[in-house]
Design a binder for this molecule. Sequence first.
Ligand code: ZN
Length: 338
Amino acid sequence: MTFPHRKEAFTEIYPGIFRTTLPIPGRRPGPVNVYLFQGEINVLVDTGAKHTVHLLKKAFRDLGFDIKTLNQIIATHGHLDHYGAARHLIRCTGGHATLAAHPEDVHAIRTGREVPLGTYKDYFSAMGVPVVLRFLMMPLMFLGKFLADPCRVDLLLNDGDKIRLGNYDATVLSTPGHTRGSVCIYLETEKILLAGDHIIEHITPNAFVMLEKNRFLPQRLSQSEYYASLEKIEALSPELVLTAHGQPVTDIKKIISGYRESFEKRKEKLLGIINGDKKTVYRIARELFPELGGKRFSLDLFLAISETYTHLQVLEREGKIAMEMKQQKLRVENACAA
Ligand SMILES: [Zn+2]
């Protein structure tokens, strides 16, 4: 493997499979990997954000790839850094390329937002986020406009669908958890898995809270769904996992056991934090992630609350804690104290 001169240049990581890495805002999870399959059917897996589309187009030119020959874009899920440039790219192909995604993330891709703003407001209020912070959070909700153009989805990817990428046959795996419509793409013969954000080598998993329109509290257990999806991946024993951030993974067993270990540790830590008190999710999140500090509403705080709540959902299901809504605020306590 040769090192490219420019960070964003495409590198052939497997015959006919090229990878480029595009910057995204924030420190974690770091730049996004975009994969181009060249062959019978030219397919791009994820696009990076809208503001880096010029870098992607330059990388295509350097590779000698004519964007007009792009047949399809697959969004592994409906997060901004994975579909953000799709609309622009499709326009560059003269409108003939298609965008494919799982039905459950179509709404997020088509509208640029998973749920209406009001749902976020209700959710943060239920989590116990102070009013002033909820107000400060609003600009964050508009960040999406800079990172992604909403885009029509032409083709739905469902679990078990057989698809062709470049010169390879592959199967779609529905792997909810990171988002409700996350998919992985598996090249069975080559034992290569395109994992999107489900597996990332350098960070523990992020199973985002699954907000639902017209519901105060998310009902789906993102963490449980995430680990059920992980079992599905484990059963396949892929030899090479191409992730959407960071380096490829070759030892999937090690990564998975590390994930499970950190999941159990985090639950233990949460029980220690609650420790007989009645607390809001916001307060627990602050204790779980003391490094966040400050009075700003940052993306990190949003993630911290999501991470805390999704773990609490599991602890509640396991009968270890009780959660009760009082005056539109969720109070959490140990089960024995309830
Ligand atoms: Zn993501």
